[in-house]
Write a protein that binds this ligand. Structure first.
Ligand SMILES: [Zn+2]
Length: 263
């Protein structure tokens, strides 16, 4: 068993996923997934409350594959605050946080100036790492390549990235390597995207940041789909600082040992 047997980022019909939890469980069992995290989107306290209610109605104890009641919130402001309160986020078993249009729409003024845009985004990521104690995983960082930002990874120099990496390390934030990361860079040829992404991950690795892997599957067929994550980990020979929730870690001794450094 390895970190690739666990999928820490999936979505269901509780937000914008296509399938219900029963269908996700079926697929997880079929695909040999050892454990996964429901990380449905919550952008308001009300949505978070509703999701917790939905989770409460599930009979998890009898599930064929273990899973966690997580959520994925988003950075709500340029100064890095989540759009759901920390108090509410603390009610989930694992919290992911991404950057999306809620933030991107506040950066319209910089769209003609990629250097400034890049600096603002790095500042926001640094603030986000420091301001949100309830958040464990920063979901697919540097997902800025699509509309409306269209910001290529090449602007994120090692120096800029190094400052973000230091903030992640200092605040114990996990850097998610997400299997569909290329989706966020549709204006760049895959080979170029891949090369630039590896360069960035390398900076985080050198800074001592912990990583996680996830599919960000929005339908059951994607659950446990992590081949590109594995490729990134293999090509960079990442050192074994991987995050795995305690309940999954204790499932397998080998996994426990390889992630013990994170405790
Ligand atoms: Zn997601």
């Amino acid at each position: 068993m390895s970190i690739f047997d666990f999928d820490l980022h999936t979505h269901t019909q509780y937000s914008d996923g296509r399938n219900n939890v029963a269908e996700m469980l079926n697929a997880a069992e079929a695909n040999g997934v050892a454990g996964f995290v429901l990380a449905d989107h919550v952008f308001t306290n009300q949505q978070a409350e509703k999701l917790l209610e939905e989770y409460g109605s599930l009979e998890r104890d009898t599930a064929p594959v273990p899973y966690l009641f997580g959520c994925e919130t988003a950075v709500g402001t340029l100064d890095g605050k989540a759009c759901v309160s920390q108090e509410m986020l603390e009610k989930f078993e694992l919290v992911l946080m991404d950057c999306n249009n809620i933030l991107f729409s506040q950066l319209k003024d910089f769209s003609g100036n990629p250097e400034t845009l890049c600096d603002r985004l790095c500042d926001t990521l640094i603030a986000a790492a420091g301001n949100n104690p309830a958040v464990t995983i920063m979901a697919h960082p540097f997902n800025f390549g699509r509309n409306p930002l269209n910001l290529s990874l090449k602007y994120f120099t090692d120096e800029r990235v190094g400052k973000v990496a230091e903030a992640f390390r200092k605040n114990g934030k996990v850097f998610e390597i997400m299997n569909q990361m290329y989706y966020w860079h549709d204006g760049t040829a895959f080979a170029e995207f891949h090369r630039e992404y590896l360069r960035i991950v390398k900076v985080f690795d050198r800074a001592g940041v912990t990583f996680s892997v996830g599919s960000d599957a929005h339908s059951c067929c994607g659950i446990g789909n992590l081949p590109w994550c594995r490729r990134v980990v293999d090509e960079l020979k990442l050192s074994g600082r991987f995050f795995l929730p305690e309940v999954f870690r204790s499932q397998n001794k080998a996994v426990a040992e390889s992630t013990a450094a994170n405790k």
